[in-house]
Each structure stands twice: as C-alpha cells, then as structure tokens.
Design a protein around this ligand. Structure first.
Ligand SMILES: O=c1[nH]c(=O)c2[nH]c(=O)[nH]c2[nH]1
Length: 307
C-alpha cells in the first residue's frame, strides 16, 4: 500500500539483443547460432522508489540487461530459449530478496543453417521467416509458467477452401463459395504443463524440438496430404483441427491458442462501359489484400487441465 492507494509496479529491460555461438566441430554438426531479443520484467518490492527518492531496492534495468549477456556467456552448453528464460528467471528471483517474480520473454530471429550442394553448412546461416517465441514466469517459490509460440507463420493454399451457409441478411454481400484461396499468418501460443522448477525435463533441447514438431503439425493439418489436400469449410474449422492435432499429438502441451487472420484474396472482375467484361474472374486472377482482414482465434485446452 502507498498511502490511500494500492500500488503495483514492475520493471525490467526490453529488446535486449543477444547472439550466441556454440562452436562444435564440423563432424559434430558444425556451429550452432542463435539471435534472441530478450525482455525481462521483474516484480520487485521497491515501492519507495515510486513514492519517494529512495532507490535503494532497485535492481537497475541496466544491470538486468548486463545479466542477459553474463548468463549467455555462462551457457557453455547449448540451451533452448525456454531453458535460457528459466535460467534468467531463477537468477533474478533467487539472487534478490526483493524480487518475487520474473517474466522473461524471448523472440528468436530465425537464422537457419544453409545447405550447399545439398550438404548442411558447418557455419553458414540464412534468415527464415516464422519466429519461435517464449514467455516464462518464475516465482521465488520455484513455481513456473512456460508458454512457447510461433509468430508470423504465413500459410496459403490455392484451393480446397470454401465458405458457405453463413448468416444471410440485408448486410450480406459475400457469395457462397466452395473454391477460394485461403491465406493466413498464424500466431500460436502453447503452454507446457511444468508448474515447478523441479518438474522440468532434464533432456536438453526438448523445447526446441517441440517447437519444430508443433510447427510441422500445424502446417500438415492446414494443408492436408500433398496430392489432394483437405477441404476447409472455414478458417474456424481448420483452426480447430490444427489445435486439436497439437493437443492429440503432444501430451506435454496443456493448451494451445491460435490466432489466424483470414487474409483475403479478392476475385478480380473488371468491367466498364467501353470494355464490358474486360477481366472476368475464373478462379485465376485475384487482388491480394491484408486490410481489412478477418480475425479468427480460439484456445483449446485439455478438459482436465487447470489454466
Ligand atoms: O472462413 C471464414 N470464416 C469467416 O468467419 C468468414 N467471414 C467471411 O467474410 N469470410 C469468412 N471465411
């Protein structure tokens, strides 16, 4: 309490950019490289710094930033983003009596190993598109919350999508169709079931593998088999099937949230007095748009899981 008001604060550093190389010999798979943008936010008992000039309890955000580099240096063995976030969270909550909770968010820049003449390069990387993200909250008690996700996962298919049977009233212009392009940029978050430091799996790198696995399941479900695909009656249904497949395949994921904007490709029909029927749409020429776009999102959890 601060006088008559209830005051709650938190502080930290955002967009701390750090890269780390782990130099393995070429015959052991070559160098590993990551680039992370780290945000740390601590809940800390330093109320006098808000209500007076007493900064004696503040862990400076500059020190928080420095700690990210110190911990990266100390990780001489490969760590996943999730593990690194846990390391940071534990550090702040255990070293400082006044810090009761730390939330660490990391977004990875998607550097991918290149292949030259079909052979993985030992130390060459190129930038990919979709991004692995994580948000980890650690409390002093050791209780944990680990969410991981994907950002900017752009997927499109040119057929096997339609939209029919929706509300038709005086506001409706959209024709029903069984043939359209469907495109989206998936944002996914999923929660791991580990609720205490002591429950963390010991095998290194499992979080990174799980990210790759989830990404593949999401895309495979969106697209269907390579030759024939799978018909999508709505973004809603496809989103649900994608989320359901993630929970079905991975018992170590407790819930999954998907956000899938419906990025419209509008049929092009051009016609004028001089040029009637200049372009008549025949499922061939579209106008890509990203504004406005539909917004479809849902969270799927295990019935017995507490959130
Ligand atoms: O898959 C879709 N879901 C909608 O809710 C919707 N609304 C719309 O105009 N087109 C679509 N498509």
């Amino acid at each position: 309490m601060a006088g008559r008001f209830d005051l709650q604060g938190r502080h930290g550093k955002s967009r701390v950019r750090v890269s780390r190389v782990w130099r393995r010999p070429a015959d052991a798979g070559g160098h590993l490289f990551v680039e992370w943008s780290v945000a740390v936010s601590v809940v800390s008992d330093c109320l006098p710094s808000y209500t007076s000039d007493d900064n004696s309890a503040i862990v400076a955000t500059d020190s928080i930033k420095n700690t990210v580099y110190v911990k990266a240096k100390e990780c001489t063995e490969v760590v996943s983003m999730e593990e690194f976030a846990v390391i940071l969270g534990r550090h702040f909550t255990s070293l400082y009596p006044q810090v009761s909770e730390a939330t660490v968010t990391i977004v990875e820049r998607p550097w991918e190993r290149v292949a030259v003449d079909g052979k993985p390069h030992s130390h060459g990387f190129k930038l990919g598109s979709e991004k692995h993200t994580t948000e980890v909250t650690v409390k002093k008690s050791g209780s944990l919350l680990i969410n991981s996700g994907i950002q900017g996962y752009s997927l499109l298919k040119t057929t096997q999508s339609g939209f029919e049977g929706f509300v038709r009233d005086r506001y409706t212009l959209l024709p029903e169709t069984r043939e359209r392009i469907v495109a989206t940029e998936v944002t996914a978050w999923w929660r791991y079931p580990f609720e205490h430091i002591s429950q963390l799996p010991s095998k290194p790198f499992c979080f990174t593998q799980r990210y790759q696995d989830v990404k593949k399941v999401l895309a495979d479900t969106f697209f269907g088999p390579p030759e024939v695909g799978v018909y999508s009656p709505s973004v809603q249904n496809t989103l649900y099937l994608m989320a359901r497949e993630v929970l079905t395949r991975f018992p170590d994921i407790a819930s999954v949230q998907l956000r899938m904007p419906n990025l419209h490709f509008l049929p092009v029909n051009l016609s004028g007095k001089e040029n009637p029927g200049l372009v008549k749409f025949a499922d061939d020429v579209y106008m890509p748009t990203d504004e406005p776009h539909g917004t479809i999102e849902a969270t799927l959890s295990r019935a017995n899981s507490k959130l």
